[in-house]
Design a protein around this ligand. Sequence first.
Ligand SMILES: Cc1cc2nc3c(=O)[nH]c(=O)nc-3n(C[C@H](O)[C@H](O)[C@H](O)COP(=O)(O)OP(=O)(O)OC[C@H]3O[C@@H](n4cnc5c(N)ncnc54)[C@H](O)[C@@H]3O)c2cc1C
Length: 407
Amino acid sequence: MTHFDFVIAGGGLAGLSLASRLAETPAFDQHSILVVEQDAKARNDRTFSFWSNGPGPFDAAISRSWDRLRVAGPSGVQDLALGDYRYHTIRGLDFYRHAQQRLARHANVELRRGRVQRIDDGPDAATVVIDGEAITATWAFDSRPPRLADRTDDHRHTRLKLYFRGWEIETPTAAFDPGVATFMDFRAPQDGDVRFFYVLPFAPDRALVEYTLFTDQRLTREETEQAIVSYMQSTLGIDDFRVVAEEGGCLPITDASFARRLGQRVLAIGVNGGRIKPSTGYAFSRVQADSQAIVQSLLAHGHPFGLPAGPASYRWLDAVMLRVMRDHGELIAPAFAALFSRNPTARILRFLDEQASPLDVLAIMASLPAPLFVGTALELAAGRMGRETERGKEGKGGMRPRKLRPA
Ligand SMILES: Cc1cc2nc3c(=O)[nH]c(=O)nc-3n(C[C@H](O)[C@H](O)[C@H](O)COP(=O)(O)OP(=O)(O)OC[C@H]3O[C@@H](n4cnc5c(N)ncnc54)[C@H](O)[C@@H]3O)c2cc1C
C-alpha cells in the first residue's frame, strides 16, 4: 500500500491552508503530503473576506482591501473607520490557484483529483480509501463536509443553516463607493430570521452583492435571488445591472462542539472541525490560526491533537448569540446597530476574533440589550442542565414553536 506522512481529504480552504503550512515548515521537508480533492476547483465558488491588523499567509492573493466598513439597518447607516485593521477579500479561485501553485513548488507534495470514500482509523496509521484505492497515512486530516443531521440535542444546542447567495454585478454608470465595504446591511425583510447583505465594491461600477441568512427555514435559490433583486432596487436604487458571476452555498451552523479528534490518527479540520465561528459565519482567519496550531502541535508533541480549545466564555457567548438569532432574529439588527454605534470598531473586531480584553468584553456586553441576552442565557443554561423548558421539550424532537412571521 502507498504510504504518506500526511493525507488531507479536501483541497478547499482548510485543506490547502494546512497543506501550505506543512509544506512550508522546514522540519517537514522530507515528509510526504497528499491533498485529495474531488472537484476541479476551477470556479470562483466563493469569496473569502476577513479582517486583520497584520500580515497573513495568503496576503499575496488578496484582491481588494478596505479601511472603512458600513453597517446599515432600519435605524440608519454608519460608516466606520477600522483603525489598524483592514478588511480584505480573496476570491476563492485566486485562493485555490495561489495555494496550488505554492504547493507545486514542493517535491514532497502531491495534489490528487479523487474522491475520498472512507477514512479508517488505526493505531499506527489511518487508511484512506480514494476511488477504491487504499493508501495509508501517519496522520489524516478530514475537511469533508460535516454530517450533523442526526443530532437530537436541540434543547441543549441550536442548529441553524447559514445561506450565502452572491451576485457580482456590473452597472452601466458609477453606483458604488469603492472606498467602503458594506459589512452588514439589515435593510431587508427579516421574516423572523437574521438576514443581511454585504457589498464588496471592487470599482464604482462593479461589486459583489451577497445575501446572507441565519435561518432554520429551507430556502430556494429563486427566493434568495429575488431578495438580491429587491435589495438592489429598493435599498441601493440600482435597477440596471448585469450579473457577471455568482456564488452561493449553505452551511450547518451550531454551537454544539465538533469532535476534532476522529481517531488515533485522524483530525477534523475546517468547517468539519468546527472552525466556523457560529455567531458570525466567518472561518478564514480561524482556519489559518488552526493550521498554524496543528503544525505547532506536530512539532512540539509529535501529534496534531494538542490544539488550544479557545476560551470557554466565547463558546458560551456564541451559544447565546445563536439562540437569540433563532428565537428573536428580528432583534439582531437593532442589537448590531447599538453595538457598532457604542464601541470603536477595532474593539468589536477584537471581540469577534476572541482576543478582546476583559474590559473590552464588559463594554461590549454593556452595549447590548441586557434583558434579551440574559434571559436567553438563563434559558439555555436551564436546557443544558437538563431542566428542559417548554421550548426545549419541543425542540428535542426537532420541533419548536414557530416564530411569528409577517403574513
Ligand atoms: C458562498 C460562501 C461564501 C463564504 N464567505 C466567507 C467569507 O467571506 N469569510 C469567511 O471567513 N468565510 C466564508 N465562508 C465560510 C467558510 O470560510 C467556507 O465555507 C470555507 O470554504 C470552509 O472551508 P473548508 O475547507 O472547511 O470547506 P471547503 O472550502 O468547502 O473545502 C472542503 C473541500 O472538500 C472537498 N470534498 C468534499 N468531499 C470530498 C470527498 N469525499 N473527497 C475529496 N474531496 C472532497 C470539497 O470539494 C471541497 O473543496 C463562505 C462560505 C460560502 C459557501
